[in-house]
Write a protein that binds this ligand. Structure first.
Ligand code: AP5
Ligand code: MG
Length: 217
């Protein structure tokens, strides 16, 4: 099963993809996390992506497509994956369709998580992320048990450099112009399920699981 989680910055793609992937026994592949991990490890891929990410614009397609397709071909992804933050424009969506088709596979569902702009801004400005495992939390809505430390792995929490007011504004613009058209792209082929992303994390997760067909869990 291959599922895409689509939504604006701060919609909760990473939060939901991690837990739904665990429940469904799928691998969670997040393009932003792959870039950030590469940067933490001082790899060339991370250094190439850094300036684009800080500005809040998309990393060039070929770099991103190669990185994600390589990750999808890894042996642990053979049973299916949840893709979080990829594809981000039509070119990436077409490249993904083509690569999966070559292996006799296809995207099964696209979960479109919808959240108001006011809520997105609140979520992004209070977000902290684990340097080690990338798990996000929120300073007021879901504060860590130990200040500055990730509940899941104990890693150091930090504020993403692209969670500044200027970069958030740019990311939302890029989302509207480049990524939002994917809602139609997947809607036309009947793969889109729209989820109300407001309300607590557990409530949103229940909606997603139900929309994906809870009986498969
Ligand atoms: P990426 O890392 O993908 O960031 P994004 O799309 O901007 O999305 P976010 O990670 O900010 O939000 P999210 O939806 O995952 O929300 P989260 O779960 O963390 O991309 C970053 C950059 O990398 C891009 O700008 C680009 O430069 C590059 N990049 C990545 N992919 C690319 C691609 N395919 N092509 C080209 N470039 C690419 O939640 C947010 C906050 O809300 C957290 O604090 C969380 O605790 C809280 N929260 C979550 N759910 C709820 C809820 N239900 N109620 C209350 N709070 C909640
Ligand atoms: Mg994310």
């Amino acid at each position: 099963m291959y599922i895409i989680f689509l939504g604006a910055p701060g919609a909760g793609k990473g939060t939901q993809a991690a837990s739904v992937a665990r429940k469904l026994g799928l691998v969670h592949i997040a393009s932003g996390d792959l870039f950030r991990q590469a940067l933490e490890q001082g790899k060339e891929l991370g250094l190439k992506a850094k300036s684009y990410m800080e500005k809040g614009v998309l990393v060039p397609d070929q770099i991103t497509i190669d990185m994600v397709l390589e990750r999808i071909s890894a042996p642990d992804s053979g049973g299916g994956a949840i893709l979080d933050g990829f594809p981000r424009n039509l070119k990436q969506a077409e490249a993904l369709d083509e690569a999966l088709a070559q292996q006799g596979k296809a995207i099964d569902k696209v979960v479109y998580i919808k959240v108001s702009e006011e809520e997105l801004l609140k979520r992004l400005s209070g977000r902290r992320v684990c340097r080690q495992c990338q798990t996000p939390c929120h300073v007021s809505d879901s504060p860590p048990r130990v200040e500055g430390r990730c509940d899941k792995c104990g890693g150091e929490l930090y504020q993403r450099p692209d969670d500044t007011e200027e970069s958030i504004k740019r990311r939302l613009e890029v989302y509207s112009s480049e990524t939002a058209p994917l809602v139609d792209y997947y809607g036309r082929v009947g793969k889109l399920v729209e989820i109300d992303g407001e309300g607590g994390v557990d409530k949103v997760e229940r909606r997603i699981v139900a929309a994906l067909g809870g009986e498969r869990l």
